[in-house]
Design a binder for this molecule. Structure first.
Ligand SMILES: Cc1cc2nc3c(=O)[nH]c(=O)nc-3n(C[C@H](O)[C@H](O)[C@H](O)COP(=O)(O)OP(=O)(O)OC[C@H]3O[C@@H](n4cnc5c(N)ncnc54)[C@H](O)[C@@H]3O)c2cc1C
Length: 396
């Protein structure tokens, strides 16, 4: 039986962007329906990002989502840079009085789903055939199927929070979109291992063999990455090879030891920078990975998704309170100003720390000179600290 529903904002995608938008709108008294093609269990187990900027932590705390984050999140005041057999710590707290918190993206998603369901939210999991309609009118709609039935949501606005491979961005006429893209000639092989991380803060290692990152999700769960080919077959990386590469790239300068442990998750992520402009078409607003992607080196992906939906929720609040559309009209430009700062930072970190196969000795020496400068100049270190802990949200 076809069914029709009505809401103020239809949200496609229950990742951090879609769920947080639904939560922020709810706090402002605006109704929404969230559509997700995966099951609840799937999105709550999906291992992805894990570094939260200070502004993001503050927003989650201020909107009632900080209880478990405060208990289980790991507050970090700095990071280590490891190169040329030397280790340098950048102390964010000392440099700019700010910090980051390590808390898995799937934990943020669990907290959001729990908060939304407790508030009686309408989240439809396992939907299929999602399509958006009439976005260039003031009566847009979203259709989908669920348990074999056809549904239509009539709404005031559609939020495209459906990630890089979703349907919202491709629904915008391609001649209205400008795509900016860079594909990197490497990927990251990431593992989650039941072992003590080598350090209680993140270690970024730039090694002649390639980049490695030593991070964590809990005191006894390490999240470790090694640079690999973008199209690498994971079967070529048995456990011994992964641990060997991690050990060599960590080196001995920091006095750390790499403790092997059972690998409970593994995967390869290709590295890409991508921006689609504008982030709006008619009554469709793109947010998060649906509009932009960064390589994970700067730990910005989830943080950008949060910043977008904060700006979008404010704009929708203004519209529903007074009919004033100026913030909605500014949405794309305001998000993109911040997105490009994060793009620049993520590209810069990626270029400085990875091995490029076509790099000659000149290119490598430039990378090392940049790292030396960064770790010897307070001004350069402050710039990294400011970007890493997060530029302010433009909410005004
Ligand atoms: C494998 C991987 C590893 C990553 N690791 C890191 C990291 O270490 N550090 C970092 O900072 N960032 C990382 N990122 C990036 C970060 O996870 C993303 O930036 C973040 O998930 C963006 O949130 P989002 O809500 O915009 O999109 P997503 O989290 O992708 O959520 C989009 C949601 O939409 C749903 N969806 C898609 N199509 C449809 C449809 N047609 N109908 C209904 N629902 C749909 C999807 O199932 C998904 O749940 C990683 C990303 C990936 C893919």
């Amino acid at each position: 039986m076809p069914q029709t529903h009505r809401t103020q904002v239809a949200i496609v995608g229950a990742g951090p962007a879609g769920l947080l938008l639904s939560h922020l709108l709810h706090l402002a008294g605006i109704s929404s329906i969230v559509l997700e093609r995966q099951t609840r269990e799937y999105i709550e187990q999906r291992i992805r990002a894990g570094v939260l900027e200070q502004h993001v932590v503050e927003l989650l705390n201020d909107t009632g989502l900080g209880e478990r984050l405060g208990r289980e999140g790991l507050l970090h005041h700095g990071i280590h840079l490891n190169f040329n057999d030397t280790v340098h710590r950048l102390d964010f707290n000392q440099l700019i009085g700010r910090s980051i918190t390590v808390y898995g993206q799937h934990e943020v998603v669990k907290d959001l789903v729990a908060a939304r369901l407790e508030a009686g939210a309408d989240i439809r999991f396992s939907v299929a055939d999602t399509a958006i309609h009439q976005v260039d009118t003031d009566q847009p709609a979203v259709s989908f199927t669920h348990d074999g039935d056809s549904h239509t949501i009539e709404c005031g606005f559609i939020a495209g929070c459906d990630g890089f491979h979703g349907i919202c961005r491709p629904s915008i006429p391609q001649d209205l979109l400008r795509i900016h893209e860079r594909i990197y000639p490497f990927g990251w092989l990431g593992i989650l291992a039941e072992t003590t991380p080598p350090s209680d803060e993140l270690i970024y290692s730039s090694h002649d063999d390639g980049f490695a990152l030593y991070s964590m999700r809990a005191a006894d769960v390490a999240r470790l990455y090694v640079q690999c080919a973008p199209d690498e077959d994971i079967a070529n990386w048995p456990d011994d090879r992964i641990w060997q590469a991690l050990g060599e790239r960590l080196g001995s300068a920091g006095g750390w030891s790499l403790n092997k442990g059972p690998i409970i998750e593994r995967g390869i992520t290709a590295m890409r920078s991508f921006v689609a402009e504008p982030m709006q078409h008619g009554r469709l607003f793109l947010a998060g990975d649906a509009a932009h992607i960064v390589p994970p080196t700067g730990a910005k992906g989830m943080n950008l998704a949060v910043a977008d939906v904060r700006i979008l929720s404010r704009a929708l609040e203004t519209f529903f309170a007074s009919g004033d559309e100026h913030r909605l009209k500014d949405y794309s430009a305001r998000c993109l100003a911040r997105v490009w700062q994060a793009q620049r930072f993520s590209w810069w970190m990626t270029s400085m720390l990875h091995r490029f196969d076509d790099n000659d000795s000149y290119g490598r020496r430039l990378q090392l000179a940049e790292l030396e400068y960064l770790t010897s100049s307070k001004a350069a270190a402050r710039s990294l600290a400011e970007n890493y802990t997060g530029l302010p949200f433009d909410e005004g």
